[in-house]
Design a protein around this ligand. Structure first.
Ligand SMILES: [Zn+2]
Length: 268
């Protein structure tokens, strides 16, 4: 494969990978997953994610931020600014709104999300956005930030075509496509990814969660990303190689700082 795949959303800092992360990264590379973006979710995991970038230089790229679940404990976010200023950081996030679990009050989620959009925009960093049962509010906020220089990806996109089209057309967003496209019951999502513009789609695992078929029920890992690529290719009636090349090119447009490390990987 000429272009390696890029896993645009992973969580490699957790206990799920503590025992075998070297093996996990090696397996991914053997299957041409050449770059992994590992996302922090609060202060501690953001710091750990930066440490992973040091442990796997040119392979694991860090994103730092506050997941909506942890918005209530994020304080004033002053701690986040020096982390965002680390030159290895390729994106701000993950950030967003989660009205399914409501682990943090919704007003606080919106406040912390908006604050992070400000910090990302001020630095020209792309924003990695989590959205669960909150598309109306996410679309409204992202629409207001459009044209201010920040690009966004709505990761783990699982909504229908109309929501995807609105995010792309009105918010200028990219959409992160993960293991859910392999789920039999995800018919709305499968319809959406057949028709949404390929130049706006990127691949992700969201590991250790969202494990694709046929590994459902097990821990997800970046080496399973080719399964999602193959499923997307089958749905669009395109060769997997073409989907790999397009989604990798999209990821490099979305995450400009990743381009240097990804090309360094391919040269090895
Ligand atoms: Zn995530």
């Amino acid at each position: 494969m000429s272009a390696g795949l890029i896993d645009t959303h992973a969580h490699l800092d957790g206990s799920e990978f503590a025992a075998d992360l070297d093996e996990v990264v090696r397996r991914a590379q053997q299957l041409h997953v050449s770059a992994l973006i590992s996302c922090g979710q609060d202060q501690a995991t953001s710091v750990q994610t930066l440490a992973l970038a040091g442990r796997f230089p040119g392979v694991v790229a860090p994103a730092v931020g506050v997941h909506p679940h942890f918005a209530k404990d994020a304080g004033d976010l002053l701690w986040l600014e020096p982390l965002l200023d680390d030159p290895r950081v390729v994106a701000a996030g993950e950030m967003g709104l989660d009205y399914h679990y409501d682990f943090s009050p919704r007003a606080r989620q919106r406040e912390v999300f908006e604050c992070q959009l400000e910090l990302a925009t001020a630095r020209g960093l792309p924003a990695i956005v989590h959205c669960r049962e909150a598309y109306d509010d996410v679309i409204a906020l992202l629409r207001s930030y459009r044209g201010r220089g920040a690009t966004v990806v709505v990761h783990c996109f699982t909504a229908n075509y109309d929501v995807g089209k609105t995010l792309i057309d009105e918010c200028g967003a990219f959409l992160g496509i993960g293991g859910a496209v392999t789920f039999k019951k995800a018919t709305d999502l499968q319809d959406a990814v057949q028709r949404l513009p390929l130049e706006r789609l990127v691949l992700e695992t969201d590991c250790p969660y969202m494990t694709p078929v046929p590994h459902r029920g097990k821990r997800n890992e970046p080496a399973y990303l080719p399964l999602t690529c193959a499923a997307l290719a089958a749905l669009r009636g395109a060769p997997a190689e073409a989907i790999a090349e397009a989604t990798t090119a999209n990821a490099l447009r979305l995450f400009p700082r990743l381009a240097a490390s990804a090309s360094a990987m391919q040269a090895q």
